[in-house]
Design a protein around this ligand. Structure first.
Ligand code: BGC
Length: 732
């Protein structure tokens, strides 16, 4: 036996060797030769085994591994158990091919960070990258090699529950996070035992599910696909993503898990993706329900031919492909190609050289102090201040009496949010507990007030009494954790149950009430927007929810988050997003213009919006040159001054509009941003750079081009307000 120290040194040497080989994303002759050799020894049965992904274990599992029937697991956690299974694969199966263990590490493993839609509001990709490094480390020491994340589906419909898992409505912002997350999970070297391989999902256009109903069909132009829905996937690929997940939805008549156009023509051929594609859960079998396959065999052939390499939980590849090859209905070469891709990622992960995880590491890594601090920081930076009339916030720490009310004020489990992985509710600090520990001298009265969902108003009187007696009230309302995420679409986006009635009762007292919202999607809150003095959008912030919210409420942190998604006024406005087209009859006073009789066309809160305890003033927007050639850069400078009393962060946002083009273009498109810190009274020159080559669009034949002509540039603190000027793109 070699000592632990020497073993580690050896591992580092080995991993740097693999890293040397890594080069230009999964292109390496040495590894390809190793795969060739291994493939030449594999039976057809062993090959289809590599393409089979299984959830959890049962009494037959060990034997199936021994027989080479399982290439991957999901939902098996803990290094002791993954090592045990790995040992069977490596030491007892004929060829000793290691297993790859996958899991949905969506916003943290054990230390739970804010849901992705929340942390997208930080506009801080470096911070998010660090959060994913932590998630990767915690998952890796628990035996996990692979996360089914990031979810980079653009979503413009908050009825869709999975909007909580993504980065909102904008392809530019979504691409920035896609890159940051892939880099965070994967690090510089996949074979480093503390990194895991990412899996951007769901390829593609799942977020456009019709009517916001989960799994629903999508019909859209390829132009729209390329301009809005594909860019974050491309950004993830360019950052080195090792796997992709095929989506559930039908896209233009071809379900995503049988879609040759997206999986092979675009992903493989056009983008040169060399990792592997996993199906979504039973999505191969579901080709029968889609009505494009009459038998599981037919479904298997369609999926494999389209470019799905690994079968998650349909058991069609493992059970049916062998016969199809024997009958001559499927070429073994196609199977070899899929196996090659799976093995390639296993090699890059270093699994052949170091298949086991040190079981002792979890003690020092899971939920450690630095991880909790980072989670608190990400959480504070995800909270969007939507309203703050008469500077009600921040509250003074010297107040005498505080009421904390609402069904979410002390609900540990809800605050974790959807897909909270191994996060445990007992490890969450709630708003109530955090305020109590921050302000031990203040008299704090807690009343639940009502449940999230039922109709009882029994506690309303008590809540009103406490509000009247208190100097201020923190009222925490919203959705239950299970109301967003997968299979959690809603047709009504108001506060569930009698919560709005409770809000009304408390605001009626005339006492200062701060409404804190917890939710996995934009809610329709027009009454609250009109009548509450202060509103904090807190989403689901994870393990450190309470401390983060308390920091913002009492001024230990000045909010800086900006919405990554528009808030509709009512469900009828959906889909509503900032980068829409102008129409031929833009909304106006005239009757025959594009608008509603019963509601404005604008959202309640627009994309990019978020207040601070201080104010920022923008002036002197200038361009380095007003004519930019197609291969040049647009360089804009603006002065931003903190004119308030608090130090704070501001997200300076840059949008463009192509004024006249050969095809209609959106009224605004985000093309850049910078998050800056300004002390009270400080002014900075902010320089923003955009490549002219990023200002183009697609035609219907999938050609991308940048058209010369006049553009408008907007720089400001959200997608509506700001300074503007014009510039021109010239041919040369
Ligand atoms: C979801 C995926 C997830 C998978 C595995 C599916 O139902 O759509 O996003 O990664 O399950 O848990």
């Amino acid at each position: 036996m070699i000592g632990r120290k020497w073993r580690n040194i050896l591992l580092i040497l080995l991993s740097s060797l693999v890293n040397l080989y890594a080069g230009d994303f999964f292109k390496n002759d040495e590894i390809e030769n190793r795969i060739d050799l291994l493939l030449s020894k594999m039976t057809l049965k062993e090959k289809v085994g590599q393409l089979n992904q299984v959830s959890g274990t049962n009494k037959d599992t060990d034997e199936q591994i021994r027989n080479g029937r399982i290439g991957s697991f999901l939902n098996v956690v803990g290094a002791a158990e993954t090592n045990r299974l790995q040992r069977i694969a490596v030491e007892e199966s004929r060829l000793g091919i290691p297993i790859i263990f996958g899991l949905d590490v969506i916003h943290g493993y054990r230390t739970i960070f804010p849901i992705p839609l929340a942390s997208a509001c930080t506009w801080d990709p470096e911070l998010i990258k660090r959060a994913e490094q932590v998630a990767a480390k915690e998952a890796a020491v628990s035996g996990i090699h692979w996360t089914f994340s990031p979810m980079v589906d653009i979503a413009r419909d908050p009825r869709w529950g999975r909007i909580a898992e993504g980065h909102g409505e904008d392809p530019f912002l979504g691409s920035v996070y896609a890159k940051a997350k892939v880099e965070g999970f994967q690090g510089k070297d996949l074979s480093d035992p503390k990194t895991i391989v990412s899996c951007p999902k769901h390829f593609v256009a799942y977020g456009a599910a019709e009517a916001g109903r989960d799994y629903n069909s999508v019909d859209m132009s390829v132009k729209m696909l390329r301009e809005i829905y594909l860019p974050p996937f491309k950004a993830a690929l360019d950052a080195g993503a090792g796997t992709f997940m095929a989506a559930f939805n039908d896209l233009n008549g071809v379900p995503a898990s049988a879609n040759h156009f997206t999986l092979t023509d675009i992903l493989r051929h056009e983008w040169d993706f060399r990792g592997f594609v996993v199906s979504d859960w039973t999505s191969i079998l579901e080709l029968l329900s889609h009505g494009i396959a009459g038998t599981p065999e037919e479904a298997g052939i369609k999926a494999l031919k389209a470019g799905v390499d690994m079968d998650m939980m349909s058991f069609i590849y493992v059970d049916r492909l062998i016969n199809l090859v024997k009958k001559g209905e499927l070429s073994e070469k196609l199977i070899d190609e899929a196996v090659r891709r799976v093995l390639r990622i296993k090699y890059y992960l270093g699994l052949f050289d170091h298949p086991y995880m040190d079981e002792t590491l979890k003690k020092e890594i899971l939920l450690n102090k630095e991880h909790l601090e980072l989670a608190r920081d990400v959480a504070r930076k995800s909270i969007v201040l939507l309203k703050n009339e008469n500077q009600l916030l921040p509250l003074k720490k010297e107040i005498k009496r505080l009421a904390v009310i609402g069904p979410l004020a002390d609900s540990k489990s809800d605050m974790l949010g959807t897909w909270h992985c191994q996060g445990r509710s007992e490890e969450v600090t709630t708003v109530l507990k955090a305020i109590q520990s921050k302000l031990p001298k203040v008299k704090i009265k807690y009343v639940k007030g009502c449940a999230i969902q039922d109709n009882s108003k029994k506690e309303f009187d008590k809540a009103v009494r406490e509000t009247k007696k208190a100097d201020a009230t923190v009222l925490v309302v919203g959705e239950a954790e299970f109301m967003s995420g997968e299979a959690a679409s809603r047709t009504e986006l108001a506060l569930p149950g009698v919560q709005l009635a409770l809000v009304k009762e408390l605001i009626k007292t005339g006492k200062p009430v701060i409404v804190v919202l917890m939710n996995g999607r934009p809610l329709t809150i027009p009454w609250i927007a009109d009548n509450a003095s202060a509103i904090l959008e807190a989403w689901f912030l994870g393990t450190q929810s309470g401390p983060a919210i308390a920091d913002v409420l009492f001024g230990d942190f000045n909010p800086s988050a900006k919405l990554a998604i528009s808030f509709p006024r009512n469900v009828g406005q959906i889909p509503i997003y900032y980068n829409h087209k102008n129409t031929g009859r833009p909304p106006g006073e005239e009757k025959f213009t594009s608008k509603y009789l019963d509601a404005p066309v604008t959202p309640l809160y627009t994309f990019g919006f978020g207040l601070s305890y201080t104010n920022f003033e923008y002036r002197d927007l200038t361009l380095k040159t007003e004519k930019i050639n197609k291969s040049g850069d647009l360089i804009a400078t603006v002065k931003v001054k903190n004119v308030g009393d608090y130090d704070g962060d501001e997200v300076v946002q840059l949008y463009i509009k192509d004024l006249v083009a050969s095809m209609s273009r959106p009224v605004k498109e985000l093309k850049g941003f910078k998050k800056i810190h300004l002390s009270a009274g400080e002014e900075k020159n902010v320089v923003l750079k955009v490549k002219a080559s990023d200002l183009g669009f697609y035609d219907h034949q999938s050609n991308y081009f940048v058209e010369p002509g006049m553009f408008k540039l907007f720089v400001g603190s959200n997608s509506v307000d700001g300074l503007s000027t014009n510039f021109e793109i010239i041919e040369k």
